[in-house]
Design a protein around this ligand. Structure first.
Ligand code: GLN
Ligand code: ZN
Length: 755
């Protein structure tokens, strides 16, 4: 019989109970015992949810109070020495010191988990680190699950992925040197788990979906040979991409089962099956763990049935990856209509889909005839719904000329046309868009959303904010002011709410890191702009000042990247639709006299595919979508873009191909190193390297700004250099912002005078 399992489950809770318990604990309002009780309650509820859906092997060790990669570090005793903590004696204060930092010790660095929006805590590898197995916390959870009468399957982050995801510190050395010591800890952990009754252990090695250097691939062979005598059976879990390139290696590893992500990379089966060792379990990830769409049950049943014929009892079925990346339960969404809901499946619904697949395999199609009909109906309505498919959107895209993504003139010509009316001084100054989101702004927005503040009163309040922001920018003498984004809750949600084709959930929370959750919008249908979105705000702003106001939009790639995206169209096509919707807005802004327009694309870098061979095609469509947003605008209209989270050294060509007139980037934390890369690349257009870090409340001294700006002048000609902070200022306070910008202006004026 086929076995059902999951690789991991959302842990935050239907009502974000974990978030609130954590935050109450951090504020001293909950005791250790209360936090641990809340965590246990959630863990158990989620195991029982899974059991109720027929999941035979529930995961243990996927739950975490902060981050599963942090837990993996503690499990092998790998706590950076700088914290002075002992893994085996770690209490909650120590645990959260690692995760969140203390006055004396900055937290572990955080970065994105593969191509998801989840952030993990980055291990710090020192050459002399000593690993030691610390299985007690995991063991306790295993016993908890066993006490509920479940057959749990502990989940470990694999040794090679753990090493890969960390950064070396101190003297330079090869992380692979740490492998032997790390494997000793894994052997101990596996032995302990097996002795406690775990017959199977899942070992996640998601790095197998990346391009790996030869020595890392070789290390897989030796590492798993070293673990081959594990008393527990090993299920090697891969996800987020294909491992077909390593088929021979994987098939030769001494593991008892392999999980494949057959949603992201269905074709990898063809590469792996021919050499699949007899008796090895195939865990087929057929249900999409990264997206919110209801499965096409008939199609998945056909695939599962074929696999069941070949594998019999050795077939396991699972979601494609951990369900951590999707919300918990569609049934909670009371504001969505029934048809829309019938198209969606969150974690609990996905469990049910697995259950139906198993029933279909074991009892035949007829046993799930009703459910198949329901699924077919949902697929059919999705294929045909006029809410999803709009002839006007399709026609408009089809009618676009081949060069629709090209400005009419090259940058040097445009620059002259722009300067002719802008008449900006050398080193023009601007900001990235948002100004402090004060308590008053948030209160007004919340009241308006709840219907407690009338639209006209809200409008008045926001206009007052804009007037104040303009007054302050004029007092500072900023050359290109902005309206401050007071009316925006979030740069994607704000636009998504006004565009056709987007829907929003009430409780569709997905963990981002620690207690932080996001509620990504869902792009379910063709995207189109119904009415101007920002024009009245920008127009009003411009009416307050003779300076050129910069309009502010979120770019197509970022709109895509921070949403759940429909799976019935290529992402490139969805990006083109968003681009045309934004183009309507760009043209309306231009017509309203807003002729400096910023189209933010902070998410371009993180959208890069996991494999380098896919980068070029991604950058090609991403760039096209960005440029398409400015289709048909005048040479004299200046397009800005903004990107943060640095590190585009390896995609500078793609960034330059956006052909924005001005790009502002985050550079201060890299000490302008990034800008040097732009200089070496001979970046052709205007560029505004951030001259101070906005993530900290520290007010940058004039000398610091001057040092960075002088560095910038050495690589970018003054005629093409702008001056601005690293990113938006919405998380800062006014006193900090005014002091920092005043210093920025003073330095700029001094340098101007010297040029
Ligand atoms: N315009 C946005 C702001 O200033 C940009 C945010 C971002 O880059 N993440 O807030
Ligand atoms: Zn930014």
């Amino acid at each position: 019989m086929t076995t059902l399992h999951t690789l991991g489950f959302p842990r935050i809770g239907a009502k974000r109970e974990l978030k609130f318990a954590l935050e109450a604990f951090w504020q001293g309002q909950k005791s250790t015992a209360e936090l641990l009780d809340a965590a246990r309650e959630l863990r158990q509820r989620h195991w029982l949810n899974q059991k109720a859906a027929g999941i035979e092997r529930v995961p243990v060790g996927d739950f975490s109070l902060y981050d599963q990669v942090l837990d993996a570090q503690i499990l092998v005793g790998a706590i950076p020495k700088r914290f002075g903590l002992d893994a085996a004696a770690l209490d909650l204060a120590g645990y959260f010191a690692l995760a969140r930092g203390t006055a004396d010790h900055p937290a572990l660095e955080m970065t994105k988990w593969f191509d998801t929006n989840y952030h993990y805590l980055v291990p710090e590898w020192h050459a002399d680190i000593a690993f030691s197995a610390n299985p007690a916390p995991l063991l306790a959870q295993l016993r908890e699950a066993q006490a509920l009468g479940l057959a749990p399957k502990p989940v470990l982050l694999g040794p090679l992925s753990l090493l890969w995801l960390g950064k070396t510190k101190g003297v330079a050395f090869d992380r692979l040197n740490l492998l032997p010591g790390l494997l000793t800890a894994y052997r101990d952990i596996l032995a302990t788990l097996a002795a406690a009754g775990a017959d199977w252990v899942q070992i996640d090695e998601p790095i197998l979906a990346l391009d790996l250097p030869a020595d890392w691939l070789a290390a897989f062979a030796s590492a798993y040979q070293n673990l081959a005598d594990s008393p527990a059976k090993l299920l090697l879990a891969t996800y987020f991409g294909s491992i077909a390139d390593h088929a021979a290696l994987i098939n030769a590893l001494p593991v008892d089962g392999v999980h494949l992500d057959l949603v992201r990379a269905p074709e990898q089966l063809d590469a792996l099956l021919p050499g699949w060792p007899a008796g090895r379990v195939l865990s087929a990830g057929l249900i999409d763990g990264r997206n919110v769409w209801r499965a096409d049950l008939a199609r998945q049943l056909a695939r599962a049935a074929t696999l069941a014929e070949r594998f019999g009892n050795d077939l396991w079925l699972a979601p494609s990856c951990s369900l951590l990346h999707v919300p918990l339960d569609v049934a909670q969404e009371t504001a969505l209509d029934t048809e829309t809901k019938s198209w969606l499946a969150f974690a609990l619904q996905k469990l049910n889909e697995l259950k139906l697949l198993k029933r279909g395999i074991t009892q035949g199609r007829d046993a799930i005839a009703n459910e198949l009909a329901g699924s077919d109906f949902a697929q059919a309505t999705r294929r045909q719904s006029p809410r999803i498919h709009r002839a006007d959107v399709a026609a408009r895209l089809a009618a676009l000329p081949a060069d629709a993504d090209r400005r009419s003139s090259p940058y040097p010509v445009r620059a002259r046309a722009q300067q002719a009316w802008l008449k900006l001084p050398l080193l023009p100054t601007t900001t990235i868009g948002s100004f402090p989101q004060t308590a008053a702004i948030r209160v007004a927005r919340a009241a308006f959303r709840k219907g407690e503040l009338a639209a006209a009163d809200y409008e008045t309040a926001m206009r007052a904010e804009i007037a104040e922001v303009i007054r302050r920018q004029e007092a500072l003498d900023i050359d290109v002011p902005v309206h401050g984004e007071a009316e925006r809750n979030d740069m994607v949600e704000y636009f998504g709410e006004q565009l056709a084709g987007y829907l929003f959930t009430q409780l569709g929370w997905v963990q981002s890191y620690g207690s932080r959750c996001v509620k990504p919008p869902i792009i379910f249908g063709d995207v189109a702009r119904e009415a101007p979105m920002t024009v009245r705000w920008s127009e009003y702003t411009q009416s307050l000042t003779p300076r050129p106001v910069k309009g502010m939009l979120t770019g197509p790639v970022t709109m895509l990247q921070w949403s759940f995206v429909r799976d019935d169209l290529p992402r490139a096509e969805v990006a083109r639709q968003i681009a045309l919707a934004l183009n309507d807005e760009v043209l309306d802004l231009e017509a309203a006299g807003i002729r400096v327009i910023q189209i933010d694309e902070p998410a371009i870098r993180e959208g890069l595919p996991l494999k380098r061979s896919d980068w070029d095609s991604y950058l090609a469509w991403a760039g096209e979508a960005f440029r398409l947003s400015s289709h048909r605008i005048d040479d004299a209209t200046q397009i800005h873009t903004h990107m943060c989270y640095s590190e585009f050294n390896d995609i500078l060509e793609g960034v330059a191909a956006l052909d924005a007139d001005v790009i502002t980037i985050e550079t201060s934390r890299s000490d302008m190193e990034l800008l040097t890369a732009f200089g070496d690349f001979a970046y052709p257009n205007e560029i505004g390297p951030g001259v101070y870090d906005i993530h900290s409340p520290r007010i940058p001294a004039e000398a610091e700004i001057e040092r960075l700006l002088t560095k910038a002048l050495a690589v970018i000609p003054a005629e093409r250099l702008w001056v601005n902070p690293d990113c938006g200022l919405k998380t800062r306070d006014w006193p900090e912002v005014e002091a920092a910008l005043a210093n920025m202006m003073a330095v700029t004026k001094r340098l101007r005078a010297s040029l």
